[in-house]
Design a protein around this ligand. Sequence first.
Ligand SMILES: O=P(O)(O)OC[C@H]1O[C@H](O)[C@H](O)[C@@H](O)[C@@H]1O
Length: 544
Amino acid sequence: MSLQTLSPVNFKSWKELESLSKNEFKLNALFESNSKRFQEFSIQNKDFLVDFSKNLLNEEVFEQLINLAGEADLKNAIKSYFAGDKINETEGRSVLHTALRTSKTNSAKVEGKEVFEDVQSVLTKIKSFSDQVNSGERKSYTGKKFTDVVNIGIGGSDLGPQMIVDALAYYQEDITPHFISNVDGDHVSETLKHLNPETTLFLIVSKSFTTQETLTNANTVRDWFLKSATKADVKHNFVAVSTNISAVEDFGIAKENIFPMYDWVGGRFSLWSAAGLSIAVSLGSKKFQDLLDGAEDMDTHFKTSEFDNNIPVVLALLGIWYNNFLGAESEAIIPYTQYLQKLAPYLQQASMESNGKSVDRAGVKVNYQTGTIVWGEPGTNSQHAFFQLIHQGTKLIPSDFIGFKNSLHGNSKHHDILMANYFAQTEALMKGKSKEEVHKELENNGLSVEEIQKLLPFKVFDGNKPTTSILIDELTPRSLGKLVSMYEHKIFVQGVIWNIFSYDQWGVELGKQLAKNTLKDIESSQIENQHDSSTTELLKYYKS
Ligand SMILES: O=P(O)(O)OC[C@H]1O[C@H](O)[C@H](O)[C@@H](O)[C@@H]1O
């Protein structure tokens, strides 16, 4: 079944939300007038507590947002998504990364065709390969145990696996992970300079196996390897993950060393597939399964919960409220753990590549905002970097604060300080600091009336800045899987309501073609392609 193609701006709920958005939403007053606000605007699902009460909305707005999901036929869209319908219509594909973590139902269908057994057989291959590497049973070409593993890939074949491996470093096996993504030769050389070809395992990950950066890097790495080894040794130290089996074989990788991917799994949602081989190798097969199980927990919650009690749905609707009705252009992701440093860059691809579209599902240019700008950094570091702008700047930036009840290494003194900041910031962003409070503070500090008058306007905080607190028991492979799946479904819901196709990326494809032509101009003696005068002069300057 195809997704419906109605423009959301014609929905009754959209019009209601437009008129509601003209009201003022003062968080302090909303809390004062409703002692149950936290209970009404929070959702707990096992180890996840999502408190969205510090957002600029009241019961009426929430009701209309839920109506919006209803009018957009979200219920049937979710059915189509999990049923493996070809909802990625412009590429003629299903969107079934959820099938990669399906374990409970023993069934996952792509357009009616059962794929469960096939998915499980690849998963078994991933697990036994990573177990063999970690136990030392699978050895390098000189018979040594692998000490390092290098993932060579870009975009979805890099960001997801890298974010997970980084986030779960606490659980790491005795092998050091590395990631080569950028075609920047300095990045490659910098990584290789520390590595020994005799003990390094290379994973070339490319769904298409045509990506310029990945193939260039893979060739460079293989040439480096061949300085110490022979072509026959490649099969011991190189494996590949791809849908394009013949291109991988042409590259010189043996069939038994190829892990398949599926065209019904988008690159930016592929960390659950063999594209996550670096995760399985770095963390061990058990932890990889835990990650999948956590994602499946969230899939089940998303599929079965009513919209007003459904974490991804509510997060998606809040995003739409800010983006389409209150004029916000971006949203910040602030995890209070250094382990999640790469979460924002990962979500940038997942979200912005998916919903950065301006033509609707009927092929018509939209007349409303779609995908937001996603950015962020862990707290407390970000408090000393960009929080000033969130507190006192002119922009509206709704922010997700992600925190954990327990630290991993058990340093509770540090953890309490970290979490005190987590709670204090959302409270301060909401409450602000009134003129009266500032006045009193300055008076207590002994400032004169004149000095107080001069300083006061700069020390006032308007407050009323919205945040959502996502409080999780502990950062584990399982809870991380659940968190990532939560954001994946948020992205899906927003795409459904915005009436856009979230699973293609024609804008990126254009960039790939353009670079090829420009490279020809750099490599040949003449600039043959037609460029604007700025680009022509820049190219001439570079070539000189
Ligand atoms: O895995 P590959 O085929 O090499 O693709 C790597 C990346 O290429 C492009 O940037 C696409 O837009 C991404 O979605 C994809 O993840």
